[in-house]
Design a protein around this ligand. Sequence first.
Ligand SMILES: *[C@@H]1O[C@H](CO)[C@@H](O)[C@H](O)[C@H]1NC(C)=O
Ligand SMILES: *[C@@H]1O[C@H](CO)[C@@H](O)[C@H](O)[C@H]1NC(C)=O
Ligand SMILES: *[C@@H]1O[C@H](CO)[C@@H](O)[C@H](O)[C@H]1NC(C)=O
Ligand SMILES: *[C@@H]1O[C@H](CO)[C@@H](O)[C@H](O)[C@H]1NC(C)=O
Ligand SMILES: *[C@@H]1O[C@H](CO)[C@@H](O)[C@H](O)[C@H]1NC(C)=O
Length: 381
Amino acid sequence: MLLKIHFILIVFTAVTFGSVQHNNLIIAVGDELEFLTDGNAYRTLTLNSYNATKLSALAYDATTRKLFFSDQRHHYGHIFSVSLDNESHRPVEDIVEKNNNETVESLAYDPVNKMLLWTDGLNRAIRRVQIDNDPIHIEEKDGVQIVHFLENDAKPRGLVSDPCTRMLYWTNVHDSNPTIERSFLNGSHREIVLHSDLLLPNAFDLDIMEQMIYWAEDLHNGYFRIERSYVNGTGRQEFYRGMGSFIVSLTVGEDYVYWTDYSHKKLWSLRKDGSSEKPIILRTFRYPATGVVVFRHQPLDCSLVKIHHQAHRADGETLTIIFSTITLLMVLAMAAVLVIRLKDNRRPLVLSKKNEGTFAFQNLENGSSNNNVYTACERAI
Ligand SMILES: *[C@@H]1O[C@H](CO)[C@@H](O)[C@H](O)[C@H]1NC(C)=O
Ligand SMILES: *[C@@H]1O[C@H](CO)[C@@H](O)[C@H](O)[C@H]1NC(C)=O
Ligand SMILES: *[C@@H]1O[C@H](CO)[C@@H](O)[C@H](O)[C@H]1NC(C)=O
Ligand SMILES: *[C@@H]1O[C@H](CO)[C@@H](O)[C@H](O)[C@H]1NC(C)=O
Ligand SMILES: *[C@@H]1O[C@H](CO)[C@@H](O)[C@H](O)[C@H]1NC(C)=O
């Protein structure tokens, strides 16, 4: 019962206070980084004392307000970071030195252990490096550890980490046997999440709050598709199928999925809840955009993961119906409950702290203050 009330509270809050909004995005285009606010205002991020060549993989850390990126044709560096704290001063640091024998396809940052991870497709490896002190500069030989060294012909491509569940997910664009896999961030418990009906899961992201993975592939017949499933591979569904564009990168925001494509050189957006049929074009670039990430002002609040997780146990479409029905029917009832609650005492609307589910973070304190959210998550495990 309590759970239901909380669920309804969330719906109520969402309906009353939360309209659908675009996330702010950082986009890599050629030798430039672009910042997109509310889906329409653009500006180029100038980088101090740094000449970019061809930017690609991006990862953003809201705890330190640092953006990590790789620069494919840079003479000395491989992976860089830039602090986005100060509008007028954005110092770039060379974090991982260039090694002609290695590639960086995708970057992920774990704020709990301050670990930067990346896929090296050429060497079939997922590597990591600890970013503990500022400034940091690592020669490839020292400091870089291998999380996974994959089998013959494997090609790790997309990579995402989940600070809340301590998991790592990646796609393997193997020619004949592509997979989507996961393990703990420390490399243990590696397992294959999906292996059937995959072609080239090139662009990849994780919706941490909903615990769903999204991937995009080229279908070789002029079409591409974006699919999603729960992180354990169940509940797989086609999210969108479109024509004529190879998807280069994809990121999942609160309300929208965003992707960039090669042939049209555009940034697209599509509502996650399925309420819009066609994707909306947010921007057309001079070159294909090679990376896109959501820019968050606050780190994710892991204590909220469980609620969404439970709410989504139902099948997606049924859930949408349940959602709208409950919303319509219960808004009035909730108003009454709220009035009674407010009369009762002046407690703010906090989410449950009780152990009601089976999700790993049920014991977390409610994270209305975002300090040490990740640390709290780690302690909970
Ligand atoms: C960037 O390029 C300009 C012009 O080629 C050069 O003068 C400058 O020294 C370069 N800066 C760095 C940090 O490489
Ligand atoms: C931002 O950078 C500028 C230029 O380096 C500096 O003058 C200013 O003090 C910095 N602002 C903050 C808040 O650090
Ligand atoms: C390049 O990588 C391969 C496989 O990881 C390794 O055997 C080889 O020694 C490397 N070559 C250089 C020059 O580092
Ligand atoms: C790896 O991480 C998992 C989950 O965080 C933990 O349960 C496990 O003990 C760790 N294994 C090692 C070898 O550290
Ligand atoms: C996979 O995840 C879904 C959604 O969280 C859950 O309902 C289902 O029981 C899980 N299946 C397995 C086999 O763990």
